[in-house]
Design a binder for this molecule. Structure first.
Ligand SMILES: [Zn+2]
Length: 297
C-alpha cells in the first residue's frame, strides 16, 4: 500500500486496518494503530511501519491509549457475531447431520473457509468434533490441592482442561462428558507430576496449554495469565486492557468459560466493588485460592 493510502486510512481511523500497519509520530516518539482515537498529527510528522516490531526498532514506543502492541482483536460486534455463528455451528454438529449443512445452518457463507479455520478454534476438525473428540487422546491425572482435588487433562500438545472438585470420580466423569468420544485414559507419572506441580503452586508454574476458544476468549485468557499471584483485577480492568472498555460482560463470560482452572487464573478477577462474583468451580474455592495467593507472596 502507498503512504497516501495509509494516511487516508489513519485519517478515517479505520479499524479494519488495525494490525495491517502502525503509524508513528516523530514529535512525540509514539506509534499508534490506524484506529487510535487520539488527535491526528501533521502529515509531515508521520512515519509508517508494517508492524510494531519495526516501529520499536526505529525507537518509537507504543501508545498507551490504543495499545498497538496488545493482541489484535476483531471489533466487538464482529467478534460477538462470529462467536455466535461458531456456537450455532457446534450445536448443529452435535445434533448430527452433515457438516456442510451445519456450516450453512450456522450462517457461514463458505464451507471451505470454515474447514480451514475450524481446526484452530474447534481444536479438531468439524468431523472429529461431531464425533465428540473421536481420535483425540486425552490423559488425566488428579492431585490434592488446597481447594480440593485438581484434575489435569492433557492432549499431546498440552493441558486442555483443569477442573477443581471434591470427588475424583466425578471430575473424571465430567471430563468424559466434555469429550464423549475421545480416548480418555489415566496419565503416566509425568502427567501426575504436572498435576501435583499445578496443585502445589496453585497454577504458578509453566505448563504448556492446549486450549481453544474464540479470538476474544483467547485474548481474555492471555490477560488472565499475566495477573501476578497475590493481585486481583476487575472485569472492567481486563476489558480496558483489551482496548474494549465496554466489553465487561463479555470478559466475565470468557472467564466463566475458562477450561483450565489455576493455570489460567480466572479466580483473580473480581467485581468492581470488590465482591468475588462467580467461579466456575464454586465461589468458596475462589475465596480459598485468593486467600492462598495473598499468603504466598
Ligand atoms: Zn494511539
Amino acid at each position: 500500500m502507498k503512504d497516501s493510502e495509509l494516511w487516508e486510512a489513519m485519517t478515517r481511523r479505520d479499524s479494519l486496518f488495525d494490525g495491517q500497519f502502525v503509524f508513528a509520530v516523530r514529535t512525540t516518539g509514539i506509534y499508534c494503530r490506524p484506529s487510535c482515537p487520539s488527535k491526528r498529527p501533521k502529515r509531515e510528522n508521520v512515519e509508517f511501519f508494517a508492524n510494531t516490531t519495526e516501529a520499536t526498532a526505529a525507537g518509537y514506543r507504543a501508545c498507551l491509549r490504543c495499545k498497538p502492541d496488545a493482541p489484535k482483536l476483531v471489533p466487538p460486534n464482529r467478534a460477538e457475531k462470529l462467536a455466535l455463528k461458531r456456537e450455532r455451528f457446534k450445536a448443529a454438529l452435535r445434533a448430527g447431520g452433515n457438516v456442510t449443512d451445519a456450516v450453512y445452518d450456522a450462517g457461514f457463507g463458505s464451507p471451505s473457509r470454515v474447514y480451514e479455520s475450524a481446526q484452530e478454534w474447534l481444536g479438531m476438525t468439524p468431523g472429529q468434533y461431531q464425533r465428540g473428540g473421536e481420535g483425540l487422546r486425552i490423559r488425566y491425572a488428579v492431585a490434592k490441592c488446597i481447594a480440593g482435588r485438581l484434575l489435569l487433562a492433557a492432549t499431546d500438545k498440552g493441558v486442555c482442561a483443569a477442573a477443581l472438585g471434591d470427588d475424583r470420580d466425578r471430575l473424571i466423569s465430567g471430563l468424559r462428558d466434555e469429550y464423549p468420544r475421545a480416548t480418555i485414559e489415566a496419565g503416566d507419572a509425568s502427567l501426575k507430576a504436572w498435576a501435583e506441580e499445578a496443585a502445589r503452586t496453585l497454577g504458578n508454574c509453566r505448563l504448556p496449554l492446549d486450549v481453544t476458544g474464540t479470538p476474544f476468549q483467547l485474548a481474555v485468557w492471555r490477560e488472565l495469565r499475566g495477573i501476578p499471584r497475590g493481585e486481583r483485577r476487575t472485569y472492567s480492568q481486563i476489558a480496558v486492557r483489551l482496548g474494549q472498555p465496554a466489553a465487561v460482560r463479555a470478559v466475565a463470560n470468557a472467564c466463566a468459560k475458562n477450561p483450565v482452572a489455576l493455570l489460567i487464573p480466572c479466580h483473580r478477577v473480581v467485581r468492581q466493588d470488590g465482591s468475588l462474583a462467580g467461579y466456575r468451580w464454586g465461589a468458596a474455592r475462589k475465596r480459598i485460592l485468593l486467600d492462598a495467593d495473598a499468603l504466598s507472596i
